[in-house]
Design a protein around this ligand. Structure first.
Ligand SMILES: NC(=O)c1ccc[n+]([C@@H]2O[C@H](COP(=O)([O-])OP(=O)(O)OC[C@H]3O[C@@H](n4cnc5c(N)ncnc54)[C@H](O)[C@@H]3O)[C@@H](O)[C@H]2O)c1
Ligand SMILES: [Fe+2]
Length: 387
C-alpha cells in the first residue's frame, strides 16, 4: 500500500445545541478570556446569542469581533489580530462560514503572545511557526469544512487570494451544531453544499495524495450530502437534512484536507477574485465542465462515485458511460437547486475568458492534483464550455 498521512482536528463534537455549551467547554479547558470571531450577517441574526448567554451565565469574559467580510481581506484579518493582542485573549472561537473560521485560524496563530511572524510571513506551505492560542471552530454553513482543514484563505489584492497551510490551523475542537444552520438561506445552502460536494469529488480523484481514509470520508460525505442537499435547500427547517449536510461537509473537509482539490477550485478562484462570485457558486459554475474535461482520465473513479451520489439512478455500461451520466445528473442537480448554471448569466463578458484562463494557470498548487493536465488552452476551453 502507498504510504499516507491523515491529519484532522483534535476533537469533534457533533451535537445539536452544542453552541450554547461553549462557555462550559471553554471553562473545562481553563480558558479565561475568549474572543469570538464572526461576521455582521451572523451578528444581525443573533446566531451567536446562545453562546454569549452561556458565557454570561458563567461570568466568563468574552468579546466579539464581528467585522469579518466574505473572502476576508488582509486589513480585516490584521484588525482582528491587533484587537486580540491588545485584549490579551487566551482562546479564539471561529463562529461562521469559511470566512470567519479562516480569520479565526490566523488570529489564533498571530495573536499568540510569543508569535514573531506577520501575516505575509505565513502564506504558502508550512511557513507558520511556533504555537497558536487554543482554537475552537463552529461552522454555520455546511460548506468549506474549514473546521477540519489546515488552510486559511485571505484576499490579498483586488482580485488575488493567498492561502496559508499549516497543521497549526487544525483546531482543538470542531463543534458541529446543526441548529446554527437551520436558517441558512436556500441559495447559500445550495452553493456552499455544492462546494462541499466538490471537495469530496476532487479529493477522490486527486492525483498524488488520494488515500484510503480520504476515500472513505469523500464517499460518506457525498452519500450524506447528495441525499440531503435538495431537502436542505428547499425545506431548510428539515433537521435531519441539515444534520447530514453539516456532517457530510465536514467529512468532505477531512477528505480534501488530506487529498487536495484540483482544477474545479483552480478555475473557480478567478471567478471569485474578479467578479466576487461566492466561492460555492464559482465551483458550481465550472464543476460539470471540468468533470467532462477529466472524463477519460477519471472515468473509473467517477463511475465509483456515481451510485453513491445518485443511488436511485440506474447506472449501467462502461465506466465512461457511467461517468458521463454522472456529469449529466450533476448538471440537473445544480439546476434543481436553483443555482445559475452559465457564466454568461453572471455579467461576465466572453472577452474576459482569456484573462480568467491566465489567472487559473497561476493556481499550480491545485492544478497538479487534477487527474488530467490542464494548460492555458484547456482552461480557456473549459471556461468557454461553461459560458
Ligand atoms: N479553509 C478552508 O479550508 C476553505 C475551504 C474552502 C473555502 N474557504 C474560504 O471560505 C470562504 C467562504 O466561506 P463560506 O462559503 O462558508 O461563506 P462565508 O463565511 O463567506 O459566509 C457567506 C455568507 O453567509 C452568511 N451566513 C453564514 N452562516 C449563516 C447562517 N447559518 N444563516 C444565515 N446566514 C449565514 C454569512 O453572514 C455571510 O454573509 C472563502 O473565503 C473561501 O476562500 C476556505
Ligand atoms: Fe471549496
Amino acid at each position: 500500500m502507498k504510504a499516507f498521512t491523515f491529519a484532522t482536528s483534535q476533537s469533534i463534537i457533533c451535537e445539536s445545541g452544542a453552541a450554547a455549551r461553549l462557555a462550559e467547554i471553554c471553562q473545562e479547558q481553563g480558558f479565561q478570556s475568549v474572543m469570538i470571531i464572526t461576521d455582521p450577517g451572523i451578528k444581525q441574526l443573533g446566531l451567536h446569542q446562545g453562546a454569549l448567554d452561556s458565557f454570561d451565565k458563567k461570568n466568563m469574559a468574552v468579546q466579539v469581533f464581528s467585522d469579518v467580510q466574505a473572502d476576508p481581506p488582509e486589513a480585516v484579518v490584521q484588525t482582528a489580530i491587533d484587537i486580540a493582542k491588545r485584549s490579551d485573549v487566551d482562546a479564539i472561537i471561529g463562529f461562521g462560514g469559511g470566512s470567519s473560521m479562516d480569520v479565526a485560524k490566523i488570529v489564533a496563530l498571530l495573536a499568540h503572545p510569543n508569535s514573531q511572524q506577520t501575516l505575509s510571513d505565513i502564506y504558502g506551505l508550512s511557513n507558520a511557526k511556533g504555537k497558536r492560542l487554543p482554537l475552537i471552530q463552529v461552522p454555520t454553513t455546511a460548506g468549506t469544512g474549514s473546521e477540519v482543514t489546515q488552510v486559511a484563505i485571505v484576499t490579498t489584492g483586488e482580485t488575488t487570494k493567498m492561502g496559508a497551510v499549516t497543521p497549526l490551523f487544525l483546531p482543538d475542537f470542531a463543534i458541529l451544531d446543526s441548529d446554527l444552520t437551520m436558517g441558512l438561506p436556500p441559495h447559500v445552502t445550495a452553493a456552499t453544499g455544492v462546494d462541499a460536494m466538490v471537495h469530496a469529488i476532487e479529493a477522490y480523484t486527486s492525483r498524488h495524495k488520494k488515500n484510503p481514509m480520504s476515500d472513505l470520508m469523500a464517499k460518506e460525505g457525498l452519500r450524506l450530502m447528495a441525499g440531503s442537499i435538495q431537502t436542505a435547500t428547499h425545506n431548510g427547517s428539515d433537521k435531519k437534512a441539515r444534520e447530514e449536510m453539516l456532517l457530510g461537509a465536514m467529512f468532505a473537509g477531512q477528505a480534501f484536507a488530506n487529498s487536495p482539490v484540483a482544477a474545479v477550485h483552480a478555475l473557480a478562484y478567478p471567478l471569485g477574485g474578479h467578479f466576487h462570485i461566492p466561492h460555492g457558486l464559482s465551483n458550481s459554475l465550472v464543476l460539470p465542465h471540468v468533470m467532462r474535461f477529466n472524463l477519460n482520465e477519471a472515468a473509473s473513479l467517477y463511475a465509483e462515485l456515481a451510485p453513491i451520489i445518485f443511488p436511485k439512478q440506474n447506472f449501467a455500461g462502461s465506466d465512461l458511460a457511467i461517468a458521463t451520466k454522472l456529469v449529466e445528473n450533476i448538471e440537473v442537480l445544480i439546476k434543481d437547486l436553483g443555482l445559475p448554471t452559465r457564466l454568461r448569466d453572471m455579467d461576465i463578458e466572453d472577452s474576459f475568458l482569456p484573462t480568467l484562463a491566465q489567472d487559473a494557470m497561476l493556481q499550480t498548487r491545485l492544478l497538479v492534483n487534477n487527474p488530467r493536465d490542464v494548460d492555458y488552452d484547456d482552461a480557456l476551453f473549459i471556461y468557454k464550455a461553461a459560458y
